[in-house]
Design a protein around this ligand. Structure first.
Ligand code: HEC
Length: 114
């Protein structure tokens, strides 16, 4: 356990994310999950740099920091995309426990780096 910024505590409360989540994930683990067809499979819908056969259903995940001011806001989108858009076809990866908190954290770190 280590201290976390207040914004994360607020996010944790709002989304029910485990208090173990600290938004200090691992970029290469996140890339693995995002491009793995049997896990995150973000690549099915999103262009990811260097990923094989990306889909174009969602926006290309590049220059992400110009659209998400904080990792917490990016986490919120990936945790439950239906909050921003109830009609979205993007699965709510956190709310439906498709990915674990640890996996979400890694994916956020990777997408944040793009
Ligand atoms: C079934 C298709 C699908 C999958 C799988 C999917 N997404 Fe999405 N995603 C979308 C769509 C469509 C949007 C556009 C926004 C909306 O629908 O509300 C979106 C939007 C986003 C956005 C916002 C982008 C922006 O420019 O505002 C992020 C970030 C994102 N997705 C990340 C992910 C990550 C990370 C994964 C994998 C863990 C993932 N998505 C998996 C369809 C998908």
């Amino acid at each position: 356990m280590y201290p976390r910024p207040m914004a994360l505590a607020t996010l944790v409360a709002a989304l029910g994310i485990s208090s173990e989540t600290a938004l200090a994930g691992n970029v290469s683990a996140g890339k693995q999950i995002a491009t793995d067809r049997s896990r995150g499979n973000c690549i099915a819908c999103h262009y990811l740099p260097g990923g094989q056969s990306p889909g174009n259903i969602g926006p290309a995940l590049v220059g992400i920091q110009s659209r998400y001011p904080t990792k917490e806001s990016l986490m919120a989108q990936i945790y439950d995309a239906t909050v921003a858009n109830p009609e979205t076809i993007m699965p709510p990866f956190g709310r439906h426990q498709i990915l674990s908190d640890r996996e979400l954290e890694d994916v956020v770190e990777y997408i944040w780096s793009l």
